[in-house]
Design a protein around this ligand. Structure first.
Ligand code: BYC
Ligand code: FE
Ligand code: FE
Length: 471
């Protein structure tokens, strides 16, 4: 295992050549995928040479190879993490049994749904980010965008492999649908809300890779615990690629924040916008918007779906092994429920609260990043502190989705929310300002004015390396 077969039309480490039917089915899907990529993938850059990494092995050490590639020639393929010999199920009702190499009949529909939901987000994000190449702040950032895009394309392959391999005709139909839905389309939208929001400026892109890809990290980690072994191994390898997406988001935001702080100080009136930068309150409003949409991605606080996923050993907690107890039975989690104008505490069986357990870990990790960013602001000497809004703020799903709360989480009227909307969330005026700032900067080593340079380049290359060739 580990080594990847690059001789086949579809690179893989699953011995695809030994399963001719599956191979043929995937080879029939491949041109449809390429059509989708050419239609919905990065606008304007399909013929350029981009310095990209490609997976060459699925084990931990040295899995990637860097070289110039034209994106449509990227070797998208099927890479699963090494199998764990004699793997046992380690949570839920099936704990102690052998991990499943096929799909148990009774979980066929629900597993398909989980895989389709996961798969749907991958092409959705490529669609959302389609226009960004036209306004990249540097060649370094342009290259990172495309790296993220090709890997999200590969994550779609990862899920389509599972659908084709384990779900028969229905799986093949779902694989077609994954290419037919479109982000933001009124008739055929993507499944989850955050993936239908436009993401066509770079501040949004970095918020997206910071917050939405990080939801991806937590969802994939929960699925990497799954009793269904092929899903677990697929997600495990996706997570190694995902680390770079999170790096892009976290450091991208940090660079905009640092630059915003510097320009605030440089301006006689403390106005970063006047210096061609993005002011920290605007960055805060973008964070409020994307963070709240991404909190929705974890599903309802109290969810029978979540209880079933965990109980059926399909989806675990983040790093399930950290816990000492793995059935989730006989325990509860308490919630602040807001009903008829008042809060009350409600205790819910732990299994039903698994979405919230995952969301808790996610919020903690986002909070750590904000603390780091604030240190960077303080070091520069600007007087501003970024904050994550409260988990109840601006929610569209779940326990708090039907009420209005301010960023501190206090209940307010709809009128009060609307009166403050532009103070709390990116406004049309913010968006217009940010959009006009987004002018391409394609000279090697140059950086747009509104973003600080990265601390180092990619693959040991310098800042002035030609990460994308325009010739
Ligand atoms: N928008 O019990 P509930 C990534 C629906 S990101 C719209 O609350 P459940 C990536 C829900 O489907 C990771 N609808 O939720 C990042 C259900 O619908 P039905 C993606 C929503 O099922 C960046 C109903 O509300 N992976 O990889 O416990 C770039 C009530 O369900 C939303 C996954 O999500 C929403 N936000 O949990 C590229 C993992 N939230 O059945 C890639 C797979 C809920 O009533 N998915 N609904 O029609 C899951 O595990 C679960 O589906 C969810 C929802 C956690 C998403
Ligand atoms: Fe992904
Ligand atoms: Fe990602």
């Amino acid at each position: 295992m580990g080594a990847i077969d690059y001789q086949s039309l579809i690179p893989n480490n699953v011995n695809l050549k030994d399963d001719r039917r599956l191979q043929r089915a995937l080879e029939r899907w491949q041109p449809n995928y390429l059509n989708w990529w050419n239609e919905m993938g990065p606008d304007n850059f399909q013929t350029k040479d981009v310095y990209l990494r490609t997976a060459i092995s699925a084990d931990r050490s040295g899995w990637a190879h860097f070289d110039y590639v034209k994106m449509p020639d990227y070797r998208w393929g099927i890479f699963l993490a090494e199998p764990e010999p004699d793997r046992k199920i380690h949570f839920g009702d099936h704990m102690g049994q052998d991990a499943w190499q096929t799909v148990p009949g009774e979980y066929r529909n629900v597993l398909r749904r989980i895989i389709v939901t996961q798969g749907d987000t991958e092409p959705a994000s490529v669609e959302q980010q389609r226009a960004l190449g036209n306004t990249a702040p540097s060649l370094y950032d342009l290259r990172n965008l495309f790296q993220v895009n090709v890997e999200e394309g590969r994550h779609l392959w990862a899920m389509v492999y599972l659908l084709h391999s384990y779900f028969g005709r229905e799986g093949r139909e779902e694989a077609e649908e994954l290419l037919a839905r479109r982000s933001g389309d009124v008739d055929k939208p993507r499944i989850l809300d955050a993936f239908n929001q436009p993401c066509d400026d770079w501040l949004s892109f970095f918020c997206f890779t910071m917050f939405a890809d990080r939801d991806g990290k937590y969802q994939l980690a929960a699925l990497a615990e799954s009793a269904f072994d092929p899903l677990a191994r697929t997600c495990k390898f996706m997570l190694t690629e995902e680390a770079h997406h999170l790096f892009v988001g976290d450091t991208g935001l940090e660079r905009i924040i640092r630059r915003g702080a510097e320009l605030t100080l440089a301006d006689p009136n403390g106005d970063a916008r006047a210096q061609g930068g993005i002011d920290l309150p605007t960055i805060q409003r973008f964070i409020n918007y994307w963070f709240s949409y991404c909190l929705d991605l974890f599903g309802s606080e109290i969810s029978t779906n979540a209880a079933d996923y965990f109980g059926n050993s399909l989806k675990g907690r983040f790093q399930e092994k950290r816990y000492s107890e793995h059935t989730g039975l006989g325990q509860g989690k308490s919630f602040e429920v807001y009903k008829n104008g008042a809060f009350s505490n409600e205790e819910v069986p732990l299994r039903n609260a698994m979405n919230e357990v995952l969301r808790d870990d996610y919020i903690d990790e986002c909070g750590n990043a904000v603390r780091r960013w604030n240190k960077a602001i303080a070091k520069i000497g600007a007087d501003f502190e970024l904050k994550l809004p409260h988990r109840r703020f601006h929610r569209h799903q779940g326990l708090y989705g039907d009420n209005f709360f301010n960023p501190e989480g206090e209940p307010i009227s709809e009128a009060e929310f609307e009166a403050n909307r532009d103070k709390w969330l990116k406004s049309d005026a913010d968006l217009a300002f940010v959009r006009q700032l987004m002018q391409p900067c394609y000279e090697p080593g140059k950086m747009a004015n509104w973003i600080a340079p990265p601390k180092r380049g990619i693959d040991g290359k310098g800042q002035d390396f030609e990460y994308v060739r325009f010739a």
